[in-house]
Design a protein around this ligand. Structure first.
Ligand SMILES: [Zn+2]
Length: 99
């Protein structure tokens, strides 16, 4: 029997909702950018959202990116030893989406 919070999160995940690493809001994963760590240890933006790997999600928002950077959210969620060099990539996608 899982604690109530975890069961709720499971329901959210099954409805396609993911938590943003910046603001912590649950959103439809199609509205989020997926960042993954591959089994080779490479950190990249998964634009197809279909690659295998440990994933972290982020709103298409520069504010959320900043928040995730400050909280070292990717480092924590992707279990990398140092902060991944992913910000430039994510920022380009956010800026491209805002045009
Ligand atoms: Zn967010």
């Amino acid at each position: 029997m899982l604690p109530k919070g975890q069961r709720k999160m499971g329901d959210a995940a099954s409805r396609g909702l993911r938590r943003c690493a910046g603001c912590g809001m649950l959103k439809d994963k199609r509205d989020l950018i997926r960042v993954i760590r591959t089994k080779e240890g490479e950190i990249l933006v998964d634009e197809t959202q279909k690659k295998n790997g440990r994933g972290s999600y982020l709103c298409r928002s520069a504010d959320c990116l900043e928040a995730a950077v400050k909280r070292r959210a990717f480092q924590r969620e992707l279990r990398c030893s140092k902060d991944p060099d992913i910000y430039g990539q994510v920022r380009r996608i956010i800026e491209a989406g805002n045009e």
